[in-house]
Design a protein around this ligand. Structure first.
Ligand code: TRP
Length: 328
């Protein structure tokens, strides 16, 4: 049986943190073994809200490629590429823009949300409104069957289905309707217990060296009611315990009962966590150090991915132009 096609993208927003890793990347790394996968860096999407200051985009792209490779995305198993290198996305976006009713775009929840949230940026623009059209082009040009995304992106995949349906109705069956696949994300709070986010300054980056990770763990907040080691603990309110759930699956029950019975102090519990995290993160860190020595290899990986993606994208565009009878 032929493998199904999966596709997903990430905006290049800078060094990935562990929240991003467990929210998406870890899942992609599993999927690459089971599906025909396309993963791409959505650099044009970064412009929709960040067109005024483009100074970091190049660096963010480089950082993202290294994050992906060091975490274990394997260019032999999946196709990973840079959106702006495949100009066909822009052509399909243009063609979709002709037939997508404005009302579909105005009612997109992310449009309304972001417009009110990002007040300091002027994003009442044509490009920002049309963003889901670009996303639909990204997905449909590879005829993806499934799109692994977080909850916030589901409306965009829904809109993509509508855009595919409308195109097929007007011009004949070209596109399959992709399904959103919700990632069952492991939830990892930031080091202060709030949501992990760069703007809260509470992240652990995938690129942090092992010593930095250890130090961040040692400063994490624990159960505020535990002052002395043999006070009884409440793991459900403890940030360190939330991390144990993700990094120490086999030891999590023991940690829980030791904490509740006052059998382990917070310092020791943190040390145990740091050791477990190191088992997962040190190999990623070491791969990164190795990759940093080989900038030529990194370029080559992305170039090769671009070539593979472009072949599929060009093939689809031949069909699209033919269906629309604009294949002069
Ligand atoms: N819009 C997505 C985000 O902001 C990124 C993205 C762009 C994407 N094109 C995509 C995701 C296609 C999945 C499929 O996170």
């Amino acid at each position: 049986m032929e493998k199904k096609t999966m596709l997903s993208g990430m905006r290049p927003t800078g060094a990935l943190h562990l929240g991003n890793y467990f929210g998406a990347l870890e899942n992609w790394i599993k999927l690459q073994n089971e599906y025909n996968c396309y993963f791409f860096i959505a650099d044009w999407h970064a412009l929709t809200t960040g067109y005024e200051d483009t100074s970091n985009i190049k660096k963010n792209i480089d950082d993202m490629v290294i994050d992906w490779l060091s975490a274990g995305l394997d260019p032999e198993k999946c196709t990973f590429f840079l959106q702006s290198s495949i100009k066909e996305h822009a052509e399909l976006h243009l063609l979709f823009s002709m037939s997508t009713p404005l009302t579909w775009l105005y009612r997109c929840p992310t449009y309304k949300d972001q417009l009110s949230q990002l007040k300091e940026k002027n994003i009442a623009t044509y490009g920002f409104l049309g963003y889901p059209n670009l996303q639909a082009a990204d997905i449909l040009i590879y005829k993806a069957d499934a799109v692994p995304v977080g909850e916030d992106q589901v409306p965009h995949v829904e809109l993509t289905r509508e855009i595919a349906r409308r195109f097929n109705f007007l011009f004949g069956e070209v596109f399959p309707e992709p399904a959103a696949v919700l990632t069952k994300a492991k939830v990892l709070p930031g080091t202060d217990g709030r949501k992990m986010s760069k703007s809260y300054n509470n992240t652990i980056a995938l690129s942090d060296d092992p010593e930095t990770v250890r130090k961040k763990v040692m400063t994490m907040l624990t159960d505020p009611a535990r002052i002395k080691k043999d006070d009884l603990g409440h793991p459900e309110v403890c940030t360190v315990f939330a991390f144990h759930k993700v990094f120490n699956e086999e030891g999590v029950q023991e940690t829980e009962s030791l904490c509740k019975s006052g059998g382990i102090g917070c310092v020791q519990c943190k040390k145990n966590l740091a050791a477990k995290m190191s088992c997962t993160l040190t190999p990623i860190y070491e791969r990164r150090q190795d990759l940093l020595q080989k900038p030529g290899y990194i370029r080559e990986v992305v170039e090769n991915g671009n070539v593979r993606a472009r072949i599929t994208a060009q093939k689809t565009m031949v069909e699209v132009r033919k269906a629309m009878k604009i294949d002069w």
